[in-house]
Design a protein around this ligand. Structure first.
Ligand SMILES: Nc1nc2c(ncn2[C@@H]2O[C@H](COP(=O)(O)OP(=O)(O)OP(=O)(O)O)[C@@H](O)[C@H]2O)c(=O)[nH]1
Ligand SMILES: [Mg+2]
Length: 321
């Protein structure tokens, strides 16, 4: 099921390995190199893959189940199901040295840290002073820089929040729009999605609370979704019930991984990284061919570069196919 993510992890780890070896080799032989002045290009590739983030924004009307859905994605009942008032980022606890907890970012710039369990205890007056929340969790779903953004109902957004969410969706890898089977397709929802038309390729539509309607009404729901949101395909449309059925959740996760990790832009970035690293390796080889055998003191190290680079060339060829 995790094929796209696995492939990305494999590629990234390969890129990390070979950049590390290249950089180490250049460092050890610093005084001898002229050709590899541009090694900062390799450092940039390394940094960019180390810090890569994949954000998923969840939007929808009041009480459609956005926070409950996120709890399902991360496999933990971390978000309260009282109305979400501030934008909440859910990230891996790798960012906080494996310590789970919530950072409360106050409007006055202060940051307070609390246990995730205390999230339910935040009062209305506490919340009025909060700019945004960051929840750090140890969850497999959040690995590799995946972050989820929970948002207040589209009908309660302030202008600032609305602009902020627009930017988030623009920059995100994926956007999930949730509606409820018993009341989907209201004007606010239709307007909201019309406004997000340019992000349609990264938007998934999830109709939640299917347990509240008769199974025979399923067809009508699908037709209404297609019509209301002007969907060209049902590939990104999911009917689900968070309470009753695990299967749609599995299908959504699978589609999400494809949208995020099977993205053409990401694939191109990986292919480019392989190409640049290989070019630098070729320069390294060229430089070293000019040396005498005696000058190559660390043969074993050079052999390791060779083996890794051969594997890299193979990968590059596969990627360009
Ligand atoms: N029957 C039913 N209830 C659900 C389902 N999913 C969520 N709920 C309930 O719907 C209510 C609202 O869920 P939330 O997750 O808080 O909804 P939300 O979209 O985050 O709401 P806001 O933050 O207020 O916009 C809760 O009582 C959930 O238990 C579902 O599939 N079926
Ligand atoms: Mg909520």
């Amino acid at each position: 099921m995790d094929y796209y993510r696995e492939k990305y992890v494999e590629d990234r780890s390969k890129i990390m390995d070979v950049t590390e070896i290249l950089l180490e080799y250049v460092k050890q032989n610093e005084t001898n190199f002229k050709l590899l002045k541009n090694i900062s290009e390799i450092e940039r590739i390394r940094e960019s893959f180390l810090r890569k983030k994949f954000e998923i924004v969840i939007t929808g009307d009041s009480k459609v189940g956005k926070s409950t859905f996120i709890n399902k994605l991360v496999n933990k009942n971390v978000l309260p199901t009282s109305p979400t008032k501030v934008i909440t980022y859910i990230k891996h606890s790798d960012y906080t040295h494996s310590i789970e907890g919530t950072k409360i970012h106050l409007k006055n710039g202060e940051i307070i840290t609390i246990d995730n369990e205390k999230l339910v205890e935040l009062s209305e007056s506490d919340i009025s002073e909060i700019e945004y929340l960051e929840v750090f969790l140890d969850s497999n779903f959040l690995k590799e820089g995946v972050a989820i953004i929970d948002t207040p109902s589209i009908t309660t957004l302030s202008k600032v929040q609305e602009d902020n969410i627009d930017t988030q969706i623009k920059e995100a890898s994926a956007h999930i729009f949730l509606c409820s089977a018993d009341q989907g397709g209201c004007t606010a929802e239709v307007n909201f999605i019309q406004d997000k038309e340019q992000y349609i390729n990264k938007t998934l539509f999830a109709v939640n609370k299917m347990d509240l309607i008769h199974p025979e009404e399923e067809g009508e729901i699908i037709d209404a979704m297609i019509m209301n949101f002007d969907l060209k395909t049902t590939e990104h449309l999911f009917l689900m019930s968070i309470h009753n059925d695990e299967n749609p959740m599995i299908a959504i996760k699978k589609q999400l991984e494809q949208v995020i990790f099977g993205d053409d832009k990401l694939k191109k970035e990986i292919a480019e990284a392989y190409k640049t690293i290989s070019r630098h390796y070729a320069l390294l080889i060229k430089e070293n061919l000019l040396k005498t055998k005696e000058e190559l003191e660390n043969d074993a190290f050079f052999k390791k570069i060779d083996d890794d680079m051969n594997a890299l060339f193979k990968k590059m060829r596969n990627n360009l196919k």
